[in-house]
Ligand binder design. Structure first.
Ligand SMILES: Nc1ncnc2c1ncn2[C@@H]1O[C@H](COP(=O)(O)OP(=O)(O)OP(=O)(O)O)[C@@H](O)[C@H]1O
Length: 207
């Protein structure tokens, strides 16, 4: 898959543009970090790519075709989006974890053993399976989201500040897991220099 944003601008309502004449490209194997100060529009770029917002100017291309409903459907079917604060609803982790697997075009929910092996790789204790998702720590919820992204096994992964609540040991585990398949395209937003240093392409919104 190839993505190209060409000279787009965007504003929420009649406000000043959040994004102005912005361009970027991504292909399989790219690990992209979009960095910039708080409010610079990092999340907005992901929302534009996923079609939750439409640019006021400029074009987005998916596989060199102008983004239409058909390409957007293809993009969404082949991607996974981990927002900053993942919400899986109320309930114990074991009751809510499989929710994203129920959507059309997603694989079936893996066996518990497989899920636990990924939890182990991410340093998540097995006991969280029986705890309420919303009671987990922010860093645990973040890693549960990473486990979901890994197990959904989509070629394109969008990550919004994936390491914001993690210590260095956990960050290392997360990057080892997510970068294992070097063919995937990862588009992340980040303030975290540790994460940015491990990405292959850096897009700076502040310059
Ligand atoms: N739904 C919305 N309606 C109006 N303004 C919005 C909306 N979402 C974001 N904004 C504004 O757009 C600007 C960019 O927001 P965005 O969330 O993309 O920034 P960001 O770089 O991801 O910030 P952070 O690092 O704090 O997460 C901000 O000024 C924000 O207040």
């Amino acid at each position: 898959m190839r993505l190209r944003i060409e000279n787009i601008s965007f504003s929420y309502g009649k406000d000043m543009p959040v994004i102005s004449h912005f361009s970027m490209e991504g292909k399989m194997g790219d690990r992209i970090a979009i960095r910039g100060e708080s409010g610079s529009g990092k999340t907005t770029i992901i929302r534009l790519l996923l079609g939750f917002e439409r640019p006021t100017k400029g074009e987005i291309f998916i596989n060199d075709k102008k983004r239409t409903f058909v390409q957007l459907k293809f993009l969404r079917q082949n991607s996974c989006w981990l927002p900053q604060d993942l919400d899986l609803g109320q309930g114990k982790l074991k009751e809510v974890f499989c929710y994203p697997f129920q959507f059309k075009n997603n694989p079936p929910c893996p066996e518990e053993q497989k899920i636990f092996s990924i939890f182990e790789r991410l340093g998540l204790p097995k006991k969280i399976w029986s705890e309420n998702f919303e009671n987990l720590s922010t860093g645990q919820r973040q890693r549960v989201g990473i486990a979901l992204c890994y197990l959904l096994d989509k070629p394109l992964i969008f990550l919004d500040e994936p390491t914001s609540a993690l210590d260095e040991q956990s960050k290392k585990k997360v990057s080892e897991l997510l970068f294992e398949d070097q063919e995937k395209m990862i588009i992340s937003t980040s303030h975290d220099q540790w994460w940015i240093d491990r990405c292959s392409k850096i897009i700076d919104l502040d310059t």
